[in-house]
Design a protein around this ligand. Structure first.
Ligand code: GLV
Length: 320
């Protein structure tokens, strides 16, 4: 009997095809709706491997129900949706998808910085809404990006890739991270700062930090108050790193100038979300790694991890 892999969302058949000889795939057949919890619990009970998304919470309950489970392959680099400690206790390997999404996510992060600074969404809406009558000296005037200072919070692979783009724009680069990054300091001239210093000095504060107990709501009222009133805050990591009420207050009280957000505390958000209603906020539906090519690579990496572990080999990209 072939090992059973449960896939928690419909994914293209061409991606699965090369693996069909080795595995029996079962799948939640909807593409745009997450698997209901009761279905996940039932399917996990007979699965040897799980290919899941960040929309699934993999906790003690799932791991207890999944008696044969050997691996959870998460289609994301972040894995805050998985109780890694509980997985370890159950002898289940957890893998993520680093590297393959680094440059794509850095592209989106930089695009979000630029869209927010230069008010691109407001500007496009200006035409759609029939408001463009004349060219005027300060029409939709925003902030420059070139020559400014970026503060990267979380100088992992994506942070460094964003910093490389910033260097190309002639920006000064500050960073804050758990450990010093000598390479980035030498190659990019990135300067390490403690968190309060970075907040005070950066024109663009960019969150690329994983969500953990330590980083939960690290962008809080105090952090926004420490930023320049001209600062632009960008979050392309996890919504939970931000106290959204504090961010909203900082924006409406002009304590910072604008925000670009690809992630939120509770996703999806509706148009009624307070941050979605502000003109100086660009909200995106968590599309950091969403190029078609990269999404396919992420799925393939998940499947290669599943194949390795279910063949008794080391996972390719286990989480630490
Ligand atoms: C997406 O948010 C990811 O962690 O890959």
């Amino acid at each position: 009997m072939k090992p059973v892999i449960y896939v928690t969302r419909r994914i293209p058949d061409e991606v699965l095809q090369p693996y069909r000889d080795s595995f029996e795939f079962r799948m939640w057949e909807k593409e745009d709706v997450p698997v209901p919890r009761d279905v996940l619990l039932k399917e996990a009970a007979s699965a040897d491997g799980l290919l899941c998304l960040l929309t699934e919470t993999i906790d003690h309950e799932v791991l207890t129900a999944a008696k044969n489970l050997k691996i959870v392959a998460n289609m994301a680099v972040g894995f805050d949706n998985i109780d890694v400690e509980a997985a370890r206790e159950h002898g289940v390997v957890v893998t993520n998808t680093p590297d393959v999404l680094t440059e794509t996510t850095a592209d989106l992060t930089f695009a979000l910085m630029m869209a927010t600074a230069r008010r691109l969404i407001e500007a496009a809406d200006y035409i759609r809404e029939g408001k463009w009558k004349y060219w005027t000296p300060y029409l939709l005037a925003g902030s420059d990006i070139h020559g400014k200072t970026i503060g990267v919070v979380g100088m992992g692979r994506i942070g460094e890739a964003v910093a490389r783009r910033a260097k190309g724009f002639g920006m000064s680069i500050l960073y804050h991270n758990r450990s010093r990054k000598e390479n980035a300091e030498q190659e990019l001239g990135a300067v390490y700062k403690d968190f309060p210093e970075l907040l005070q000095e950066a024109d663009f504060v960019v969150s690329l930090i994983p969500l953990t107990e330590q980083t939960s709501e690290m962008f809080n009222q105090g952090a926004f108050k420490a930023m320049k009133s001209s600062a632009i805050f960008v979050n392309a990591s996890r919504g939970g790193t931000v106290d959204e009420e504090a961010l909203y207050d900082a924006l409406i009280n002009n304590e910072i100038r604008a925000a670009g957000l690809d992630v939120f505390v509770n996703e999806p958000i509706s148009p009624k979300h307070p941050l979605a209603g502000l003109d100086n906020v660009v909200c995106l539906p968590h599309i950091g790694s969403a190029s078609a090519a990269t999404r396919t690579k992420m799925l393939e990496l998940c499947l290669d991890n599943l194949k390795a572990v279910l063949n008794g080999e080391q996972a390719i990209t286990p989480v630490k």
